[in-house]
Design a protein around this ligand. Structure first.
Ligand SMILES: Cc1cc2nc3c(=O)[nH]c(=O)nc-3n(C[C@H](O)[C@H](O)[C@H](O)COP(=O)(O)OP(=O)(O)OC[C@H]3O[C@@H](n4cnc5c(N)ncnc54)[C@H](O)[C@@H]3O)c2cc1C
Ligand code: FES
Length: 341
C-alpha cells in the first residue's frame, strides 16, 4: 500500500511504497531533502513529523535523542510511513533532477599519498558520464555485496576520472583497497548521493573545515568555485594529526598563492621531526579563534564525525553561526540498517 507524504512549507507531495523509507521515496520521485549518511548516524535528514505516524527504523541515539523523538522529530532516511504523513524538512532544490545511477568503473590509478591514505582514480565506461554536484559522494560496492560511502574529490567539470581519497580504517573495505585492489579492477558504484555542496544562492563568505580525508569533498568544492568563477571569500582549515597526514598540502598552498584562498593547516599531534611551526590543536578551535563572530558566514565541515559534531555545537553556540548555515558531511562508519528499533 502506498502512503501520501506532504512536505511543509512547500506543499510538495510524494508517495512512499510499503517498506520504503521516506527519503528513498522522495529521491525516487525527484524531491531532495537534506541528507548525508543514509544510515541513521549523521542526523542531517532530521525533520519534524507534523501529522501521521512512522516506524522510526534503526538509528544512532546521538543522531536523534529520545527527547527529540518525543518532541516530534524523526530521521527520514530511516522512517517508514505507517499512514499518510505531513512533514517539515529542509528541501534542497539544487540537487533536483540529478539521477542516482548504478555503474561499473575501472580502477585507473592508485597512489599511496600517506601511510594510511590512498588516492584513487576511477574511469567510467566509454560514453558514460555521471552528473553530480561538487561535494557529493558515491557508494562503492564489492563483489561480495560490501558497500561503503566515499566522497568524490573532483569537481564535475574535471570529469575524466572520479577521484576518491581513502583512509585505512582496518575494516573489510579498507582491507580490499589497501591490500588486494589492483589497477584495472572493476568496481560497481551507486550515486551521486548527499546534499553536501556549496549553496550557490548565497553570497555569504565561506569557511571550509576538513579533517583527514574530509579534504576530498572540500577539494571538489574549491575546484568548482575556482572553475565557475564564484566570487565569495573562502577560508579553508584542514586538520590532521601530523605533517605527513596533510597528504595534498601543496594543492591548497597553491590555491592560496594563485587564487587568494586563505589556507590554514592545523596539526593536533605534530611530531618532533615535523619541524612544525604552524597552528596546532583542534581544527575547529582554530576557526573559532580566527572567526569569533560567524553570524554572517556559511560553514562547510567534512570528515571525522567527532570533529563535525564538535564544530556544530561550538560554532553555533559560541560564534553565532546560524544553525541552518552549517553544512556537513560526517564520515560516519557504515551501519547496516533495516528492521525496527
Ligand atoms: C557520506 C560519507 C562520505 C564518506 N566519504 C569518505 C571519504 O571520502 N574517504 C574516507 O576515507 N571515508 C569516507 N567515509 C567513511 C567510510 O565510508 C567508512 O569509514 C567505511 O566504513 C570504512 O569501511 P571499512 O570496511 O574499511 O571499515 P568498517 O568495517 O566500516 O569500520 C572498521 C572500524 O573502523 C571504524 N570506522 C569506520 N569509519 C570510521 C570513521 N569515518 N571514523 C572513525 N572510525 C571509523 C568502525 O567503527 C569500525 O570500528 C564516508 C562516510 C560517509 C557516511
Ligand atoms: S541520519 Fe539520515 S542521512 Fe544521516
Amino acid at each position: 500500500m502506498t502512503r501520501k507524504v506532504t512536505i511543509k512549507p512547500s506543499n510538495h507531495v510524494f508517495h512512499v511504497n510499503e517498506g520504503e523509507t521516506v527519503l528513498d521515496a522522495a529521491l525516487r520521485e525527484g524531491l531532495v531533502i537534506a541528507y548525508g549518511c543514509r544510515h541513521g548516524s549523521c542526523g542531517t535528514c532530521k525533520g519534524r513529523l507534523l501529522e501521521g505516524a512512522v516506524d522510526y527504523g534503526v538509528y544512532q541515539e546521538h543522531a536523534l535523542s529520545d527527547a527529540e523523538r518525543s518532541a516530534g522529530m524523526a530521521l527520514f532516511c530511516q522512517a517508514r510511513a505507517l499512514n499518510d504523513l505531513v512533514i517539515e524538512v529542509r528541501e534542497v532544490n539544487a540537487a533536483k533532477g540529478i539521477e542516482i545511477r548504478t555503474l561499473p568503473a575501472r580502477v585507473h590509478k592508485m597512489e599511496r599519498a600517506a601511510a594510511d591514505v590512498m588516492l584513487l582514480e576511477l574511469k567510467l565506461p566509454a560514453g558514460e558520464r555521471l552528473r553530480f554536484l561538487a561535494g557529493q559522494y558515491i557508494d562503492l560496492m564489492l563483489r561480495d555485496g560490501t558497500r561503503r560511502s566515499f566522497s568524490m574529490a573532483n569537481a564535475p567539470h574535471d570529469e575524466a576520472f572520479l577521484q576518491l581519497h581513502f583512509r585505512n580504517y582496518g575494516g573489510p573495505f579498507s582491507d580490499y583497497i589497501f591490500g588486494r585492489m589492483k589497477e584495472r579492477d572493476i568496481l560497481r558504484f551507486e550515486g551521486p548521493f548527499g546534499t553536501f555542496f556549496l549553496r550557490e544562492d548565497s553570497t555569504k563568505p565561506v569557511v571550509l573545515l576538513a579533517s583527514g580525508t574530509g579534504f576530498a569533498p572540500i577539494k571538489a568544492i574549491v575546484e568548482h568555485v575556482l572553475h565557475a568563477g564564484v566570487r565569495r571569500p573562502m577560508a579553508l582549515y584542514w586538520g590532521c594529526r601530523t605533517r605527513a597526514d596533510l597528504y595534498l598540502n601543496e594543492l591548497p598552498e597553491r590555491w592560496r598563492r594563485e587564487h587568494g584562498v586563505r589556507y590554514v593547516p592545523v596539526l593536533s599531534e605534530p611530531l618532533r621531526g615535523d619541524g612544525w611551526s604552524g597552528r596546532t590543536g583542534l581544527v575547529h578551535h582554530a576557526v573559532m579563534a580566527d572567526f569569533p563572530d560567524l553570524s554572517g558566514y556559511q560553514v562547510y565541515a567534512s570528515g571525522a564525525p567527532a570533529m563535525v559534531e564538535a564544530a556544530h555545537a561550538d560554532l553555533t553556540s559560541r560564534c553565532g553561526l546560524p544553525e541552518d548555515e552549517l553544512y556537513s558531511d560526517a564520515f560516519t562508519p557504515y551501519v547496516p540498517t533495516g528492521g525496527t528499533a
